[in-house]
Design a protein around this ligand. Sequence first.
Ligand code: 4AD
Ligand code: MG
Length: 457
Amino acid sequence: MKRTRVVHALHAESPLDHILIKGWVRTRRDAKGFSFIEVNDGSCLKNIQVIVDESVPAFSSLADVNTGAAVAVDGALVASPGKGQKWEVHATELTLLGTADANTYPLQKKRHSDEFLRTIAHLRPRTNKYGALYRIRSESAFAVHRFFRDRGFHYVHTPIITGSDCEGAGELFRVTTLPTDTSGSAVPETDFFGKAAGLTVSGQLEAELAACALGDVYTFGPTFRAENSNTPRHAAEFWMIEPEMAFADLEDDMDLAEALVKNVTADVMATCHEDIDLFARFVDKALMKTLDAIVNQPYARVPYTEAIDILTRSGKNFEFPVKYGMDLQTEHERYLCEKKLKKPVIVFDYPKEIKPFYMRVNDDDRTVAAMDLLVPRIGELIGGSQREERYGVLKSRMLDSDMNTDDYWWYMDIRRFGTVPHAGFGLGFERFLMMITGITNIRDVIPFPRTPKHLEF
Ligand code: 4AD
Ligand code: MG
C-alpha cells in the first residue's frame, strides 16, 4: 500500500478504513491502555495524531518509539473527538523504521535557539520553524518561475564557472585543479582552463547576451562572493534571480522589479499561509503588516540625490555619515523605507563612481541609470540597471575601471551587432525569504549556509 502524506490525511473528505502513514515521531504520550503519538512527515506544519492501543502488536515495545524515531503506521482514519484536529489515526500496526536515542537526540520538546539549531543544520528541518522555512523556500522558487513564465520570459542557465568578474569587486572564488602551493598570482598553462577561473558572482553578462536574442529572459541560480563581510545579510553562496529585458529602459526595469516582488509575495502568502502564519505568530509580530504594505501599495521612487537630501535632513546620527557620492549603507536604506516612507522604496540614478562599468551613463554624465529596491527590515533586496548599450561609452567605462577589454570581447560584440537598449536586475533569493518570514539572519533561510570560516555539512 502506498503511504498517504500527512497533509492529505488531515484534509481528507471522509473517514478511511485503511491508511498508511510514514514519518517521524514528534511526541509520545502514554495513558493507561493506549498511547498518543504525534507524527510529522514534513508535508505540512501540523502533525497527525496516532492512537495505539493494546491490540496493536507493537504496543509492548512502545518505549523505543521516542521523539525523532521513524515509524510506519497502518490503521484507519477516523474523526477525532479531541480538540485541534479533525482526523486521527487508529493504528492496527506500527513498525519502528529507525530508532532515535532519547538521551542523545538533540531536538527536545522545548524551544531551541537559532544559534544552536545552526550547529545541527542536518536536523533543524525537523522543527516546526525550519520545516516551514524549507516549504516556503520551495514554493517561493516555483512562484518566481510562474511569474516569469506567465509573462513570456525564457529561463536561461548561465555558467557557474566563469572567467569574468561581473561586479568588478574582486570577490571571485578561485577555481583550480592545481595544488594550492603552486597557485601564485599568474595562472599556469597547466591549470584546467589555462586561465584564471572563478565561481560566478552574477549571471548578468551572459543573461544580457541571451536577452539580445530571445527578448525577455531570466536566470535563477547559485552565485558566490568571497566578500569577507560577516553580516546577517551576506552569504558566500546565495541564489539570485536575474531577469534581463531587451528594448527596455530603467523605468521598465523598476516596473518589473516592483511587479515581481508584489506578485511573488502575494503568491507565497496564499500557497503557504499556514507556514507564514507561524512566522507571524512566533518570529515577527509585525510581519503581516509589513507584507501587506509590500503587496498592496505603490512603491516610492526616489532619485539618489533626493535620498541623500532626505537622509541629511533627517537629523539622525548615522554610524556612516551621509554625503553625496557615498554608497547607501543598510542603516540609511532602512531609515528610508521604515521611518521615512514606510514602504518599499526604489532609489535610482546613482553616481557613476560607485556603480559597476555596465550601467548606462545618464545625460548628466555624473550618474548612471541604476536602481536599488529597498524593503523594510532588509534594506537592499534588488540591485539593477539599464545597461550601457553604446560601444564607445562602454569601452571607456571599462578602461576607467582598469578592466582588460580583450577578456570581454564577446560582451562588447553585442554592442557592435544590433545593439538595443536593455535592462535587468538581480534579486537576492535569501533576502526575499528573510523579508517574507521575518527571519533576521541569512544563515537561517538557506539550508546549509556558507559564510566566512563556516563550511560544515
Ligand atoms: O546588487 P548586486 O551585486 O547586483 C548584481 O549582481 C547585478 N549583476 C544583478 C543584475 O543586474 N543582474 O546583487 C543583487 C542582489 C542584491 O540586491 C542582494 O539582494 C543580493 O543580490 N546579494 C546578496 N545576497 C546574499 N549574500 C550576498 N553576499 C549578496 N550580495 C548580493
Ligand atoms: Mg547591489
